[in-house]
Design a protein around this ligand. Sequence first.
Ligand SMILES: Nc1ncnc2c1ncn2[C@@H]1O[C@H](COP(=O)(O)OP(=O)(O)OP(=O)(O)O)[C@@H](O)[C@H]1O
Ligand SMILES: [Mg+2]
Length: 243
Amino acid sequence: MQKITNKLNSVIFMQNVGLRYDKGPEILSDIKMSLKKGSFHFLTGKSGAGKTSLLSMMYLAQKPTRGSVSVFGQNVNFANRDNLAMLRRKIGVVFQDFRLIDHLTAFDNVALPLRISGMDEREVKQRVNEMLEWVGLSRNINSITSTLSGGEQQRVAIARAVINRPELLLADEPTGNVDNDIAFKLMNLFVELNKLGTTVVIATHSEKLISEFNYPRLHLQNKGLRIYYPKDDTGLEKEDEKD
Ligand SMILES: Nc1ncnc2c1ncn2[C@@H]1O[C@H](COP(=O)(O)OP(=O)(O)OP(=O)(O)O)[C@@H](O)[C@H]1O
Ligand SMILES: [Mg+2]
């Protein structure tokens, strides 16, 4: 009963999850987690530990090769294409490699989710301009994205992922290409979004951000996942024993 309750209350629920590519060995094994609505987690682990792979199951690009993954209470193994498309509309993703539409302007990339949702063009214009200004790209609104620097493209990707206030935000090293000041500003954007109810998972290598922002950490090591909570008064990091 406890497990069923967990699954229904969770935005992301994984149990006995294993993932392998083609006929290779499992790169993730026996993953379990239950991320509650409105939670904020960092996702850490060495390069190659499987952060992007874990996120790809969360944004429904990858199905587990064993075990079950539920997103918004829907088991992805039993979801058809329409179900998956509906779930994806609730998720904002910042890809590690950005995946912008290169020949479009920053404005048009960020406007895309709003236009797809049928928003009035005047409101699109206002929202997109505001967002691009907020991430420090007011000078680049009409630049073709392929002409922007890596850090600028990363901020366009972030703006596109958050513009629709998604229910779930998955960001894969979203501050990997920007300096410290901008990284903190972007983190604050994620914090604000979280305060409005968005569930957030941020993959990062930045110990600085992790120690500055006191959120639990999903840590991948040896194909498995452990959850650590922020340091308590004793100064010790506590491992999750609850779920
Ligand atoms: N499409 C794929 N086909 C085959 N193997 C893959 C594929 N994608 C990832 N892998 C392998 O899975 C493992 C985990 O990769 P993943 O990209 O998830 O790691 P990561 O933690 O995101 O690393 P990084 O910090 O460098 O981004 C690696 O050994 C990688 O080579
Ligand atoms: Mg990665």
